[in-house]
Design a binder for this molecule. Sequence first.
Ligand code: PEP
Ligand code: MG
Length: 889
Amino acid sequence: MTQRYVYRFGGGVSDGGKGDKNLLGGKGANLAEMASIDLPVPPGFTISTEMCTRYYEEGERFPDSLKAEVAEGIAHIEQVTGKRFGDAADPLLVSVRSGARVSMPGMMDTVLNLGLNDRTVEGLAAASGNERFAWDSYRRFIQMYSDVVLELDHGAFEEALEIAKEDRGYTLDTELSAADWRELVAEYKGLVEKEWGKPFPQDVHDQLWGAVGAVFGSWQSERAKVYRRLNHIPGDWGTAVNVQAMVFGNMGDTSATGVAFTRDPSKGDRAYYGEFLINAQGEDVVAGIRTPQYLTKAAREEAGAKPLSMEEALPQVYTELAAVFDKLETHYRDMQDIEFTVERGKLWMLQTRSGKRTAKAALKIAVEMASEGLITREEAITRVEPQALDQLLHPTLDPNAARDVLTKGLPASPGAASGLVVFDADTAERMAADGKAVILVRTETSPEDIHGMHAAKGILTARGGMTSHAAVVARGMGRPCVSGAGSLSISAKDKVLRVGAREVREGDMLTIDGATGEVMVGEVATIQPELAGDFGTLMEWADEVRRLKVRANAETPLDCRTARDFGAEGVGLCRTEHMFFDAARITAVRQMILAEDEAGRRAALEKLLPEQRADFTAIFEVMAGLPVTVRLLDPPLHEFLPHEENEFAEVATATGLPIDQLKRRAAELHEFNPMLGHRGCRLGVTYPEIYETQARAIFEAAIDVAEKSGEAPIPEVMIPLVGTKRELELMKTVVDTAAREVFAERGRTIEYLVGTMIELPRAALRAGEIAEAGEFFSFGTNDLTQTTLGVSRDDASRFLGAYVEKGIYARDPFVSLDVEGVGELVELAAERGRQTRPNIKLGICGEHGGDPASIAFCEQVGLDYVSASPYRVPIARLAAAQAALKARA
Ligand code: PEP
Ligand code: MG
């Protein structure tokens, strides 16, 4: 049997249905579906996406067998409409439109009014009784066909139209008469012959095949390719082609065309929402040549608009349309985005699909549809894109506000912020203390900038990717951040940033949108988030179905509070180094690093102990009753030392050390590759007293809180960058010894765990024996990605974009877990760890813990929890619920 490529719809026939999107494209599948539920759909047929694939495989040619299939499709339309294609008396006209699996708005081609030629135009004039309409349709067709199929410069046609109007003293297209259009058609045909070298095709079948080829051809157009790349749409999906009987919204005052949503796509309200134009063709609404009118009377009145709404102007058809909306929503069980045409009082449906909506609308629609009984709660949970919640958790830019975009970087941490530009952290802190909103602009940030980042409303960097220091810290703090804005050139010394010829100086107003990466000059108005209502309801439903626990990466009481408010069930990663950078104690930290021997280090650590204890006390108080994973010191020590000449003098005075000694020590600590150097547990192995002090601070704080509140926290002490069992054993001994001592001193014990991060491939491979020494694993997938891929997380942004563009990685592996590679290590480590210790606690605390696709993977391998930055906790809760539902199905 030869393969079938043509599927009919309309006139009581439906060869396909809504389940056939892959084969028929979204438009084709839904046209067939609408026809099958007796909605008024102009008859037509769809040439499948499989033909698109074959067309390209065979060198942009159609197989002979398609001829007969298309002929049958045309015969179907002729039979339903009673008109004949190419008939001189009452010709059938068709539209030829693209339609991929997912909508790619405006990316591919369309030809309308196909089937008109010098003979049929007269027939159309006679049959419609409207000569002007017939000639206008013909000139529209020539113009569109010449553009899309013959690929002639459309400017020439527009120019000819402008001249024609000028010559006759008209300003509007509507002033042209039948005779005027007829003359213009002659001129257009002359243009075609001149540019194309052949007369405009008169054979309607040639016209049809030309258009079908052009629509398939548009799948590989440059703009379609770019769109696919940006939206992760595979190039081998192909498009379908829909050939459908034309219906006309431009046949007078009882004709109209419009687009509508069954609910408000921006607020989610249950109200029909849309626009229409009387006496117009579909593209007139889209092109914005005329201002469309409101659909409902209520909307028109609310807007204070004059031109009558459809409800008022065409009440009968409106009632019919409203019934169609209800039928479609009940049938599809989702909000629909619809295109319709009214031809002389008769309603026709041209398209329906699930409507795109804002996060706010998505929430409202999901919750209300569940309450209406249209969908289940489980379905409601799956209807909201977790990532979209980001839009709701931060202030966002007012979509109606004007913006002057300076440049674009990576959308590193969502939210929008406006403030005065500053180029260093100290100035940021000082100005913020004076009550000014500031945007901290740095080439890149380092841990020393933390206080400035905290003080700033937003952070902008020229370098660094999505897991750069700035990005990670900003997300943790919930600060909007745009990173890696490569076109920025920053001179911190001269206090100016440049993009091409434009300059922004310290104190100038700048706005960043961390959700899009846009950087704008001046202030742009924002809108505040709302967390109760539909958001709260959907979150509750999500919590009922999820299995994965959700924790937060948080290291300040404020972050912990935010995380708890967002529903975190513990802290999955408290990075203690950020506490070391605090201005109040950096001197003691430096004295510890600069000490020549253990005694010197211990003396400095003595000073740090109460400070650390206070840090942990504050965190444990907020997280009372919940587990808190505290990671012992991780970064290389040299990060705490000065680098610039002027800083050395300052630090020498503060620490009371000779500047030479300071410089010598800094030089000694210099590393060529600090990421793979003296960091993580290697610090604890060489200087156990550091970890010992931190462990002591943890246990003392835990007991303090337990005694005060009666509710003990559950500290989980975590050792970073372990590669061997022996490292963990040594560090666990240090921690256990500190615990024993504190418990003896205080005369009471508390529950605690000691475990490790899995951040190195060796640790994943040897997880079986490492689990003998550790009670939990937390996958540090930032470092694990770095070490598995051999890609530096701080330098990746320079080339990873090209890698994603060329399809080497489907997505940035630092944002969405490389499931095949890094994921295999995670799975294997989880398995081997469980073999040794069946109840070992497993979590993830890399940035992937807040990424929905990575969370789905964590559900699949059965981790116990994910840990994400506070502002991503709700996203993780929803993603975990969706993953659980998927696993159940
Ligand atoms: C990790 O490596 O995934 C991790 C969470 O640790 P950090 O980002 O602090 O290196
Ligand atoms: Mg790490």
